[in-house]
Design a protein around this ligand. Structure first.
Ligand code: ZN
Length: 285
């Protein structure tokens, strides 16, 4: 049995389940979590018994996105964060840890299912969308509100591939909260099920995929991904990653970052963000 600090890894029959396990921070993705996700996918890849991988999040929410506290908060910077002082270091950090690690899941040879409950925000959306199927509970919602904080979305722009372009623009430009049923209607989510049935439905779905001989499932997955590549998905992802980084280094973004760091308290930054939300949507999430 493998031991991880930030996730749980379980194999039952032909199904490996990787569960992000930082519920106290809504499974915010820090360096340790991203590294361990990669290692868990290595295990699932190497295990011939495993035919399907389920990616889930423990607790109330799937994932709040990248761990911003670890990135610009008061905690001791890790080697990746220290790199972010220069544009090229920032590029390297996000290319290796965000872009490549995510695409590795997208390209993972065995079929994958993301299980989304509660909030799925920003890089949480990016991560879920790397999986082949997404099953959501009826209390799940999706949001990518980083434009309001100057970010040109996150590192991989999945939205135009997950919903019609006009809806993708609305989703991003208005920081819209997309409920699970709406995400299903737009095609981003395969199924929406009551929260209490989520695990059962995912287990059934995974088992039905496991009935396909692994070589067949992997060939078909690769062909569908190749179809998306031929439609330009990979090039569009590459383009956006560069554009995203150009934005990171504009005065618009740098001034906002400096203001945030000066405040020194991420609480204030998040409170400010919540206030902006509340005034635009009339809700306080
Ligand atoms: Zn970024």
């Amino acid at each position: 049995m493998s031991t991880f600090e930030t996730l749980l890894y379980d194999v039952t029959g032909h199904v490996a389940t990787i569960t992000m396990n930082r519920p106290e921070v809504a499974n915010a993705q820090n360096t340790a979590l991203i590294d361990e996700l990669d290692a868990a996918f290595d295990l699932a890849d190497a295990d011939d018994e495993v035919r399907v991988v389920v990616l889930a999040g423990a607790g109330k929410h799937f994932s709040a996105g990248h761990d911003l506290k670890a990135l610009i908060g008061d905690t001791e910077p890790d080697e990746w964060r220290r790199m972010r002082d220069t544009p090229e270091g920032k590029w390297q950090h996000e290319k290796v840890m965000y872009f490549d690690r995510c695409l590795r899941i997208r390209d993972f040879r065995k079929p994958t299912i993301a299980v989304v409950q509660g909030k799925c925000i920003a890089a949480g959306v990016m991560l879920a969308c790397m999986c082949d199927l997404i099953v959501a509970s009826d209390d799940a919602s999706f949001q990518n509100p980083v434009l309001r904080m100057t970010g040109a979305a996150v590192e991989i722009l999945v939205e135009p591939w997950e919903m019609p372009a006009r809806k993708a623009k609305e989703f991003l430009l208005t920081a819209q909260t997309l409920e699970a049923v709406d995400a299903e209607r737009l095609g981003m989510v395969n199924r929406v099920v009551p929260r209490e049935q989520l695990d059962e439905v995912v287990a059934e779905l995974a088992q039905s995929i496991a009935l396909v001989p692994p070589a067949t499932a992997q060939v078909v997955k690769r062909s569908i991904n190749k179809t998306l590549d031929l439609q330009g998905q990979r090039d569009a992802y590459d383009y956006h990653f560069q554009a995203h980084h150009w934005m990171h280094n504009t005065s618009t973004a740098l001034d906002a970052l400096a203001a945030r760091q000066q405040k020194g308290s991420m609480k204030e930054v998040f409170a400010e963000h919540r206030d902006a939300e509340a005034s635009s949507e009339g809700t306080d999430s």
